[in-house]
Design a protein around this ligand. Structure first.
Ligand code: ADP
Ligand code: MG
Ligand code: MG
Length: 249
């Protein structure tokens, strides 16, 4: 579903990704862990097509298409969702307006009929209930004055509504208390744990992986994948730290 081959990328002339290869098949959840500054967020930004990130080598195929050739809107319309560590605040625009606009612009790009206000509200209510998010919050301005946990739940509602084929979640668990972590974990499972979908879950902590069981765990260091294992690798990292686990035997 997502095939990254030998990807290299730089920011401001500084090489960050260094020949990174990774393949995610439909139905799989892959966790990416790694030390600070390894290039995890850079990978997420490059997949999303954020300006300023220059790809200097390699390729990324998404459903057989050249992802790097698509602009960020085309990537979203093709089913690629990116969730970030620090969600943006948009004063003056309600969550409901924002999400309906986002969904309908993706539907338009896929030549599907837009949802009416009523149809959209029904969908939003269903997803908000799934994530235990008060509908009142959806009427507030996007992320303005939300707590860290509320922003993350809100991001999960966005994901539920957009119903992407593939999600890249960058430290969606950072700063969450135990209850919020559980809600987010269950949200990821409910929305994305499906045979035709794929997930790249970037996380610093094993605890999210207690809720969202990864099929594969990768360690990203110095801009490439240096080790791949199963859920045990994450537990080993938590117990022993990166240096011990990455040390050549
Ligand atoms: P991670 O998410 O794994 O902690 P990042 O992808 O955020 O790592 O960052 C990787 C490296 O890129 C870091 O060394 C960081 O300092 C550097 N970096 C990030 N943004 C810029 C920038 N705009 N200019 C130069 N270097 C940057
Ligand atoms: Mg970081
Ligand atoms: Mg990061």
């Amino acid at each position: 579903m997502l095939k990254i081959e030998n990807l290299s990328a730089e920011i401001d002339g500084k090489q960050i990704l260094n020949g990174l290869s990774l393949e995610v098949n439909a139905g799989e959840i892959h966790a990416i862990m790694g030390p600070n500054g390894a290039g995890k967020s850079t990978l997420a930004y490059v997949l999303g097509g954020r300006p300023g990130y220059e790809v200097t080598g390699g390729s990324v195929q998404f459903d057989g298409k050249d992802l790097l050739d698509m602009d960020p809107h085309e990537r979203a319309a093709a089913g690629m969702f990116l969730g970030f560590q620090y969600p943006v605040e948009i004063p003056g625009v309600s969550n409901v307006q924002f999400l309906r606009e986002a969904l309908n612009s993706q539907r338009k790009a896929r030549e599907e009929e837009p949802l009416s206000g009523g149809e959209f509200l029904k969908l939003a209510k269903e997803k908000a209930a799934l994530l235990k998010l008060d509908m009142e919050m959806l009427k507030r301005n996007v992320n303005v004055g939300f707590s860290g946990g509320e922003k993350k739940r809100n991001e999960m509602v966005q994901m539920g509504i957009l119903d992407p084929a593939f999600a890249v979640l960058d430290e969606t668990d950072s700063g969450l208390d135990i209850d919020a972590l559980k809600v987010v974990g269950e949200g990821i499972n409910a929305i994305m744990r499906q045979p035709e979908k794929g997930v790249l879950l970037i996380t610093h902590y094993q605890r999210l992986l207690d809720y969202v069981q990864p099929d594969f765990v990768h360690i990203l260091a110095n801009g490439r994948i240096v080790k791949t294992g199963d859920a045990d690798l994450a537990r080993q990292l938590e117990a022993e730290g990166y240096d011990a686990v990455m040390e050549p035997a």
